[in-house]
Ligand binder design. Sequence first.
Ligand code: AMP
Length: 214
Amino acid sequence: MKIILLGPPGAGKGTQSAMLVERYKIPQISTGDMLRAAVAAKSPMGIKAKECMDSGDLVPDEVVVGIVRERLQEEDCNGGFILDGFPRTTPQADSLKQVLIDLGKQIDAAVSLQVDTESLVERLTGRRTCADCGKGFHLRYDPPADNGTCSACGGELTQRADDCEETIRNRMEVYHQVTAPLETYYSDQGILQCVDGMGEIGAVQQAIVATLQG
Ligand code: AMP
């Protein structure tokens, strides 16, 4: 199964990808996660990417295309993969098409999660992650037992630097300007599947799986 997960920031791409990883035993390729790891490691790419990420802008196409091209050649991608947060621009989608032709692979479905803007802002501003074990929480929908500490390991909960309201608004703007047109791009290729992302996490997962199996 080779899947692209589309949707605005906060649509649940990361959460749903993690569940699809379990179900289909295929890797999640999250450009956001890979870039955050590069920022944390202070690698040359991370240092370059940090400024764009902190302001909610996109990292240059050639940077993300390069990391995805490399990642897709790893052995664990042979049985399929979930692209989470990539592509985000039409040039990225064109590059992906070429990379897949070179690798003799084809995307099965581009699943677009549909969530209204106000819910997205609420989801993102309440999002917290454990600095130690990486477990995710939401202050309203999945609160930790003790505010500020992870219920699983007791680690400190942190908020992503780009989850403040001003940056979120910019990320939404960027999404509508340059990423949303990818729905038409994949619809023209006959592989777009729109799924209602407003429901409860398990219900959204079921809807995605039904779409993929249909
Ligand atoms: P995400 O975790 O997917 O919300 O991504 C966080 C940030 O990483 C984005 O706001 C961008 O700055 C950067 N980023 C992630 N994926 C991409 C991509 N495909 N193209 C450009 N920038 C990206």
